[in-house]
Design a protein around this ligand. Structure first.
Ligand code: PMT
Length: 420
């Protein structure tokens, strides 16, 4: 069966952990406050969650927080009266389909690496046969210390999956590797590792993003206000859904999402070549880029001087990338975008047919629109032959996840022999 998608589902929607028992271990670190978000994310993804804390973790977050969020008592004291009769540590270790320790401090990693069982969580890790995941979080120098490196290598060598750490600003004011991976990402990482994939697992997704620049002379160009935010969010969401993603991007200031093949281009002609070179590889193409419809017939080689009162520029139509991909004999599933200042839904339907796309996601653009070009939020009217759906105003990251769910549903509906 194709995955049934309800785009009104709460964010994050791509992880599926239904029927999974996740034991979440919390160790002492400032990132422990973020673990509350992980509990919520795991539960939203359908998992049943139990939490075990080290004594040091209790100095940062009260067990009551995790008890309220998980709906179960928190295991933190190996010798607490009633603990063994309620759910002993061996029983808890057997109950878990996976253990995620987040944050995993340097001290905790060292203890598990050495096989110490000197608190309840370390004992659980030693007693468990389920896969063990750790999300390290510590100061960058601690992470790079040879002792931590040796323990991390030993753990990885024994099959412990280290999720992160990420690079960035740290609570101590320093910058570097050691930040705990974001809660939503950890939930997705776990879901992918346990389920063997997400909604787009095994599929290849090609996305165009950003504006193009069409040179007039060496210092001037024709372009538009696209920031790349929508396309980059889609690339990250498709990757989170388990796809291999290639992102062909016009000039923007954004960093490409991790684990995505990024190809930088300038002009519509370069974007055409880069997309067409990869279209045969892709199962799905999403044209988010605001490609120039016209480009100067000739770019001057020297800067144009302002002698005349009036300057006429001759422009030629660019080649339509979306239409060309959709016309390929072995075309991927083609999703176009439509940027409209009026009659959004009618224009979207017209573009669906005119461009030969399988789906069009249309957004209202212009000064009065809350979404569209260079905004952090967007709202989409999405249509395909035989259906339509409205994704109300939300951050582009969230809209991207919802659109990816819709694309997955339509892709599988049209490739029914390829249900995941
Ligand atoms: O980048 P952001 O600041 O986040 O803004 C996002 C966005 C507003 C740019 C995005 O949501 C969007 O609407 N992208 C499409 C913009 C656009 O050019 O729309 P259009 O209606 O002119 O084009 C329709 C479709 O044809 C698009 O998929 C476009 O990529 C494609 N096209 C257009 C011209 C061309 N020569 N080749 C194309 O493939």
């Amino acid at each position: 069966m194709a995955p049934r998608i309800d785009p009104s589902l709460p964010f994050p929607p791509l992880a599926d952990l239904h029927h999974k028992h996740i034991l979440l271990g919390v160790t002492g670190g400032i990132a422990a406050y973020k673990t509350a978000e992980i509990v919520r994310g795991l539960r939203r993804a359908g998992a049943e969650v139990r939490v075990a804390m080290t004594p040091a973790a209790g100095r940062f977050v009260q067990p009551l927080t995790f008890e309220a969020l998980s709906g179960h008592p928190v295991a933190h004291d190996m010798f607490a009266p009633g603990t063994e009769s309620a759910m002993g540590h061996i029983h808890l270790a057997r109950w878990a389909d996976a253990i995620l320790v987040a944050p995993a401090s340097a001290d905790f990693m060292a203890r598990v690496s050495l096989g110490l069982a000197d608190d309840l969580l370390a004992t659980l890790c030693l007693a468990a046969e389920a896969p063990l995941f750790m999300a390290p979080a510590m100061n960058r120098a601690m992470w790079r210390h040879p002792a931590t490196c040796a323990h991390a290598a030993a753990l990885a060598g024994r099959g412990v999956a280290l999720l992160g750490p990420d690079e960035g600003d740290q609570a101590c004011g320093e910058t570097g590797p050691g930040r705990m991976r974001e809660p939503a990402q950890l939930v997705l990482d776990l879901a992918h590792a346990l389920a063997g994939g997400g909604l787009l697992s095994g599929l290849r997704v090609l996305i165009s993003a950003g504006p193009t620049r069409e040179p007039i002379d060496p210092v001037r160009f024709i372009s538009n206000r696209s920031s790349g935010k929508m396309g980059y969010a889609l690339a990250a969401a498709a990757r989170d859904a388990g796809a291999d993603v290639a992102l062909v991007s016009g000039p923007v200031t954004l960093e490409p999402p991790a684990a995505v093949e990024a190809v930088r281009v300038e002009t519509a002609a370069e974007m055409f070549d880069a997309v067409m070179a990869r279209a045969g590889w892709a199962d799905i193409y999403v044209g988010t880029a605001a490609v120039a419809d016209y480009a100067p017939a000739e770019a001057e080689t020297a800067k144009i001087k302002k002698h005349a009162d009036r300057l006429d520029l001759a422009l030629n139509r660019t080649r339509d990338i979306l239409h060309s991909v959709a016309a390929l004999p072995d075309k991927p599933f083609v999703v176009g975008f439509a940027a409209e200042t009026d009659e959004v839904e009618a224009h979207a339907r017209t573009k669906l047919e005119a461009k030969g796309a399988d789906m069009v996601a249309a957004n209202a653009v212009g000064s009065g629109a809350p979404g569209g070009f260079d905004r952090d939020e967007n709202a989409l009217f999405v249509c395909w032959r035989g259906g339509e759906c409205r994704l109300p105003l939300a951050p582009k990251t969230e809209i991207a996840h919802r659109l990816v769910r819709l694309i997955a549903e339509r892709y599988y509906a049209e490739n029914t022999d390829q249900d995941p």
